[in-house]
Design a protein around this ligand. Structure first.
Ligand code: ADP
Ligand code: ADP
Length: 225
C-alpha cells in the first residue's frame, strides 16, 4: 500500500530524515515511534506532500507519488490527520465532516461513509449539530479523524493522535482506530505514546535522529522494553 524508500528531508541545511525506508501493507496498521525531534512529523508531512524531500521515493498502491503536491496526494487515496486538532470551530460537526468529502468520488458514497464514521465515533453522532469548537479536545480529535475518513481513503496518516488528550479519550480514539483498521483502511500512525502505538499497530518502526533505528512486529518490541 505504502512504500517509502531512501527518504531524505531537510530544514535548510539541517537534516531531519536520513535514508528512511518503510512499508505499510494492504490493510495493515503500522506505527512509527520515537522521541521528540526524531523526525516523525516530518515523515508524515513528506508522505503527504507537505514537506519537500531531497531524495527517495514514495509509492502508494504501486503508484509513484514522489513530488506529488499535497492537494493531489488525496487523489491517490491518502488522507492525513495533522498534529493538533484543526477543526473549524464555528462550523457544526456535520459541516466539518462534509468538508472531508470534497472529492467528487467521495461525494457519491457520502451517506454510507457518514454512517461508518458515526459507527466508529458514536460521540460525533450525538453532537452532530453542535459547533465543533464546543467539543472537548478528544472529541475534536475524533472529528478530525472522521473528517479524514469522509474522503474514503485507502491509507490514513495520523500525526500524534494522543497529543494533549485525557487518557480516557485517548483510549476511545485508539479503540476507534482499531475499528478503522478492521474496516480495511491501511493506517500509518506516528506516535510518542509507545504503549498505545504498540497495542494498536501490528508492526512498528523506531525512528531516532531522522533514521530508522529498528523495525519489527509490535509484540516483539513490547517484550524488549
Ligand atoms: P518529531 O515529530 O519526531 O518530534 P519533527 O519531524 O518535528 O520531529 O522534527 C525533526 C527535526 O527537524 C528536529 O530536529 C526539529 O528540530 C527539526 N524541525 C522540525 N520542524 C522544523 C522547522 N520548521 N524548521 C527547522 N527545523 C525543524
Ligand atoms: P479533553 O477534554 O479531551 O481532555 P481538553 O480540551 O481538556 O481535552 O484539552 C486537553 C489538553 O489539550 C489541554 O492541555 C489543552 O491545552 C490541550 N489542547 C486543547 N485543544 C487543543 C488543540 N486544538 N491543539 C492542541 N492542544 C490542545
Amino acid at each position: 500500500m505504502l512504500e517509502v524508500s531512501g527518504l531524505d528531508a531537510y530544514y535548510g541545511d539541517a537534516r531531519a530524515l536520513s535514508e528512511v525506508s518503510l512499508t505499510v501493507h494492504d490493510g495493515e496498521t503500522v506505527a512509527v515511534i520515537g522521541p521528540n525531534g526524531a523526525g516523525k512529523s516530518t515523515l508524515v508531512n513528506a508522505i503527504a506532500g507537505l514537506h519537500p524531500h531531497r531524495s527517495g521515493r514514495i509509492a502508494v498502491g504501486g503508484t509513484d507519488i514522489t513530488g506529488v503536491p499535497a492537494h493531489r496526494v488525496c487523489e491517490h487515496g491518502v488522507a492525513v490527520v495533522p498534529e493538533g486538532r484543526r477543526v473549524f470551530a464555528t462550523m457544526s460537526v456535520y459541516d466539518n465532516l462534509c468538508l472531508g468529502a470534497y472529492r467528487r468520488t467521495a461525494r457519491a458514497g457520502h451517506k454510507q461513509r457518514l454512517d461508518r464514521v458515526f459507527d466508529v465515533f458514536p460521540r460525533l453522532r450525538q453532537r452532530v449539530t453542535q459547533p465543533a469548537g464546543t467539543l472537548s479536545g478528544g472529541e475534536q480529535q475524533m472529528l478530525a479523524i472522521g473528517r479524514a475518513l469522509m474522503a474514503g481513503p485507502t491509507l490514513l496518516l495520523l500525526d500524534e493522535p494522543s497529543l494533549g488528550l485525557a487518557p480516557v479519550l485517548t483510549d476511545e480514539v485508539f479503540e476507534a482506530l482499531g475499528a478503522v483498521g478492521a474496516q480495511g483502511v491501511s493506517v500509518l500512525l506516528v506516535e510518542q505514546d509507545i504503549d498505545r502505538a504498540l497495542d494498536l499497530a501490528t508492526r512498528t518502526y523506531l525512528l531516532a535522529e531522522g533514521r530508522v533505528a529498528g523495525e519489527g512486529p509490535s509484540a516483539d518490541l513490547r517484550g524488549s522494553d
